[in-house]
Design a protein around this ligand. Sequence first.
Ligand code: EPS
Length: 354
Amino acid sequence: MRLITAGESHGRALVGVIEGLPAGITINEERINADLARRQEGYGRGGRMKIETDKVEVLSGMIGGKTIASPLAFTIKNRDYENWIPYMDPFTGEVDKKALTAVRPGHADLSGIIKYGFGPNARPVLERASARETTTRVAAGSVCRQALEAIGVTITGRTLVIGGVGDESKWHDTIRAARLDGDTLGGCVEITVHGMPVGVGSYVQYDRKLDAALAMHMMSINAVKAVEVGLGREFGYLRGSEAHDEIFPDGRKTNRAGGIEGGMSNGEDIVLTLTFKPIPTLVRGLRTVDVKTGEPVTAANERSDVCVVESAAVVVAESVAAYAVLDEILKTFGGDTLDELKSRVEERRAHARR
Ligand code: EPS
């Protein structure tokens, strides 16, 4: 499959095109909208989420509720665009009237203006670097999830840590304290893929390894700085006798590998842990340089979220995993129709049981 996304955070709309979906997948629009709504939730979100009510509009690739194998295109409107037309209109927008020159450490601002020659204004950079882009990843992922469920593969996610705190009962207090300090927080999210058939991915070539593909997709999520498979970094502290999952006549009794050995799924749950860095837009502002004057200043204080790890990051990670897992399943099994794919996956499951 291929997925291409487009859209600026305060532009007219977000756009996605998924190419390579098999024909015959039943897609429920309300499921997509429910996932989009879940992405907007969570303690620690900023004012923007009160403006938006993200809804998908599918433009092509489906008839009568089922995919027809042609590219599935969709849009999600930015309601906030109404307030930004003078600055963001594709033909008449005067972007320098919303200039951001006090570039934010940790954001794409500085490298982006150097790279694309935007003069002393990071607005055209941050509009696309914004995590608003994850809206399209969730809509695309929701479509993929519905295909995966039809072949018995489901994906769940949960927050493990917010701002260094593992105790869920303390998360809101932790986020509240950061907000009062004008600060932001990151955290960790765990993603589990259940029902994966054996042998998705391959050991035979580096770019066919399942863990390599999943890591690439997960690292592409805004703010993700680490992806771990199974025990991940903990492997560095263990002996082989403590690290591997022994095999018994009735299967494995542990899943330290996180469901992937030799770049292939081994039939156990795939378990990934993602670490998100704290959002780089801080109310208190970090020290930086104004790219217009060259003077030291406090970084721009745009409206922003304090923490997205409680809900948004979970659904984004689940959705990106759904796209990546379906893509890898299709690379391994192929199938022009969902029924073809389903029977090939079933055949593999039957073979693995033998
Ligand atoms: C973001 C800044 C904020 C966030 C945004 C990401 O938006 P705004 O600049 O409109 O206040 O709310 O996230 C979303 C819009 C979203 O849908 O998640 C940024 O600078 O990355």
